[in-house]
Design a protein around this ligand. Sequence first.
Ligand code: ATP
Ligand code: MG
Length: 428
Amino acid sequence: MNRLQAVRGMNDILPDEAERWEAFETIVRDWLRAYGYRPIRMPLLEHTPLFKRAIGEVTDIVEKEMYSFEDALNGENLTLRPEGTASCVRAVTEHNLLYDSPRKLWYMGPMFRHERPQKGRYRQFHQVGVEALGFAGPDIDAELIIMCQRLWDELDLMGVKLEINSLGSTDERKLHRSELIAYFEAHQAELDEDARRRLHSNPLRILDTKNPAMQALVEAAPKLADFLGAESSDHFAAIQDMLRAANIPYRINPRLVRGLDYYNLTVFEWVTDQLGAQGTVCAGGRYDGLVAQLGGKPAPAAGFAMGIERLMALWDSRQADALIDRPEAYVVHAGSGSQQVALRLSEGLRDAGFAVLMHCGGGSFKSQMKRADASGANVALILGEDEIAAGEVTFKPLRGGEQQRVSMDDVAEHLGMLLLGGDSEDFE
Ligand code: ATP
Ligand code: MG
C-alpha cells in the first residue's frame, strides 16, 4: 500500500521543532500577561457568513482562500477560520463581554487559507492574535505597536521594521475611492484580471496587489493620506508622537491597506527582508466598525495578528533550544528484580518534582546508556544487581563529572544538588 501523506500546505510540527514552538509560546504568554491581555479560545469552525461579513466579500481571503463546505449532516455552511478577529468579535458580542468595560484578549492557534504553498505561506498556519476591544485609541494603537517591539527584543529578532498608514474614516475612504476608480479607469489596459474585477467593487484592494507588473501603476495612484480630515490626521499624528517617544522607528507606507475590509484609521505591518517574499511577520490595525457590523453594540477596537511560522523562521533556533527543558535523569536498569526498583525509583523522583525517563524495552547496559545519552538527560541513574543488593544507585553524569554511588534514600537530594551544583555548565 502506498504511504499516506499530509494534506498539501499543512505541516506536521515534529518534536524538535514543536519544543521550540513551546518555548516561543511560553515567551508569548509572559509577554501578553505583562500587558494585561487575557486568553480566549474560539472554535476552528464558524458559519461562513461570519467571515464574508467581517473580512469582506471582495477580498483574497473570501474570494479564493477559504475552506468552506456544507455540513453533510445538517446542510449548514461552515468555514475553517482563515483568521481570528472575526471569531473573537463574534464571541465577545455573543457573550456580551463588553457590557461594562473594555477587554484585552489574545488567542493562538491554527488558521486555514487555500493559498499556493511556499516558504512562509501555508494552508494551515498559526497566528497569535491580540485584540483590544472598547478602546478608541490612539493610545492603545501605539501600545499595540510598542508591545510588538518588546517581543522582537525578547526574541532578539533583528531587522523587523515597522510600516504604518492611516485608512481614515469611511467618508474619507469614499472620496478617495471615487478618485481611485477614476484613476484606474484611465489606465484600464494596465489592470490585471483581479484588478479589473475589483475596480468598482473594491478598488482599495487593488493597492494590495502582489502582481509585480502592476506596482508602478499602483505606486502612482491617488493617496488616501491626501483625503484625511483633521480628526483622522490627529489620530495618526498622536500615534506617531507616541512611537517617537518610545524610540520606535517607522516608515509611513501609503500603500499599506491590508487585505481585510474591516480596518479604519491605523494600520501597521512589521516586515523583514530576511524571509524572501513572505516578509510580513505581524499585521494589524484599528477596526472600529466591526463589532457593530457583526451585530454588537458599537464599540471601537484594534488588534494585530502575527504569523508564528514566519517568526519561528526568524528566531535563532539556538536561542530556542537553550530554553527547552530536557529530562533530568534517565534510569538504566538490568538484572533480576531491577524493573520494580527502577519503577519505584522513577515514580519517587517524579513525586519529588524531577523529570525522569525510565528506560523501557530492556536491552544491555551499553544500549541503554546510548539511549540515556541521546535523551539529553543530565544524569544516568544506574540500577544493576550490585546496586540493588546494596540498596544504592550509581549516578553517572552524562555531561562531564565523576561517577558516584548513592544510597537509595538519598537519591532525590543528591540529584537536586547535582542539578544545582554546577557540575556542568548547563546548571549555572
Ligand atoms: P500576506 O500579505 O503575506 O498574504 P495577509 O495580509 O494575508 O498576509 P494577515 O491576514 O494580516 O495576512 O495575517 C497576519 C499574519 O499572519 C501575516 O502577517 C503573516 O505573518 C501570517 N500569515 C498570513 N497568511 C499566512 C499563510 N498562508 N501562511 C503563513 N503565515 C501567514
Ligand atoms: Mg494573504
